[in-house]
Ligand binder design. Structure first.
Ligand code: ADP
Ligand code: ADP
Length: 237
C-alpha cells in the first residue's frame, strides 16, 4: 500500500511541483495519473521509488517511510518497484534476453554479465517474463530490430523479471501509435490482473486511461484535482 500524506515536492530551484498531495493506493490497484504536460505526474510517480525526495509530508510504501531508507535497504526497496519509461531505456545493440537478464544484475557477479554467462534459473525466469508479454519468440533478437511496441514489452518483461510488487510507468505509450498503445495498455492490464501487481501509469491520453485503469487520479499544477473510478469520470463528463 502506497500512502501520501500532505506531500510537497519543491525542486532545488524552488519550483513547487507537488502541493499537499494526500492519497492512498491499495495493493493490486491499476491507477492512471492524468494531467497536462508539466502538471506533476512524473514528479508524483518518481517520489514513490525515491528518484525524487519529497520535501514535506509523509510517504510510506507498505508502512515504510520512503525518505528514511538508506543504502542496502533503499536498494532492496527499489527492487520491489519496477519502472517503465516512455523511451523504453533498453540497451538496443544487444539481444532481448540480455536486456531482461539485466534486471538480475544486482544479484549476479559482474563477470557473468560481461561474458554473457547467466545461470539457467535466471534464463528460465527471463524467458518466462517474455512469454507473459507475448514476445518469447523475440528472445534472441537484437532490440534495435523490434518495433516500439515490442520494445516496450521487453521493458515490461525486464521489470517482471525483478518480481516487483509495484510497477510505475511514466508515459509508457506516449511514443507509440494508437493501435500499439492499446496493445501495451492491455499488457499492463493483464499483468495487473493475473499477477496482482499494483500498476501506476502516467498517461496524457484520457481515453486510454478510462478504458484500462480502474481508478483515475487527475493532477493539475501539482495538486490532486480528481480521484475516482474510471466509470465515475465518464459519468461526470
Ligand atoms: P531533486 O531535488 O529531486 O534531487 P533537482 O532539483 O536536483 O532534483 O534536479 C534534478 C535534475 O533535473 C537536475 O539535473 C536538473 O538539472 C534537472 N532539471 C532542472 N529543471 C528541470 C525541469 N524544469 N524539468 C526537468 N528537469 C529539470
Ligand atoms: P508531468 O510529468 O506532468 O509533465 P513533471 O512532474 O515532469 O510533470 O513536472 C512538473 C513541473 O516540475 C514542471 O513545471 C517541470 O518543469 C518541473 N520540474 C520537473 N523536474 C524538475 C527539476 N528537476 N527541477 C525543477 N523543476 C522541475
Amino acid at each position: 500500500m502506497i500512502v501520501f500524506e500532505h506531500v510537497d515536492k519543491t525542486y532545488a530551484n524552488g519550483y513547487k511541483a507537488l502541493k499537499d498531495v494526500s492519497l492512498s493506493i491499495e495493493q493490486g490497484e491499476f491507477v492512471a495519473i492524468i494531467g497536462l504536460s508539466g502538471a506533476g505526474k512524473s514528479t508524483l510517480i518518481r517520489t514513490i521509488n525515491r528518484m525524487h525526495d519529497i520535501t514535506a509530508g509523509k510517504l510510506t510504501v507498505d508502512g515504510v517511510e520512503v525518505n528514511s531508507l538508506r543504502g542496502k535497504a533503499l536498494q532492496k526497496f527499489r527492487r520491489n518497484i519496477g519502472m517503465i519509461f516512455q523511451s523504453f531505456n533498453l540497451v538496443t545493440r544487444t539481444t532481448v534476453i540480455k536486456n531482461v537478464l539485466a534486471a538480475k544484475v544486482p544479484e549476479l557477479p559482474l563477470w557473468r554479465v560481461i561474458f554473457g554467462i547467466f545461470p539457467e534459473k535466471d534464463c528460465l525466469e527471463a524467458l518466462e517474463a517474455l512469454d507473459k508479454v507475448g514476445i518469447l519468440d523475440k528472445a534472441y533478437t537484437r532490440v534495435d530490430q523490434l518495433s516500439g511496441g515490442q520494445q516496450q514489452r521487453v521493458a515490461l518483461a525486464r521489470t517482471l523479471a525483478q518480481n516487483p510488487g509495484i510497477i510505475l510507468a511514466d508515459e509508457p505509450v506516449a511514443s507509440l501509435d494508437p493501435v500499439t498503445a492499446k496493445q501495451v495498455m492491455q499488457d499492463f492490464k493483464r499483468i495487473n490482473q493475473e499477477l496482482k501487481i499494483s500498476v501506476l501509469i502516467n498517461i496524457h491520453h484520457v481515453d486510454l486511461a478510462l478504458q484500462y485503469a480502474d481508478r483515475v487520479i487527475g493532477i493539475s499544477g501539482g495538486k490532486i484535482v480528481y480521484d475516482g473510478s474510471a466509470e465515475s469520470v465518464t459519468k461526470d463528463v
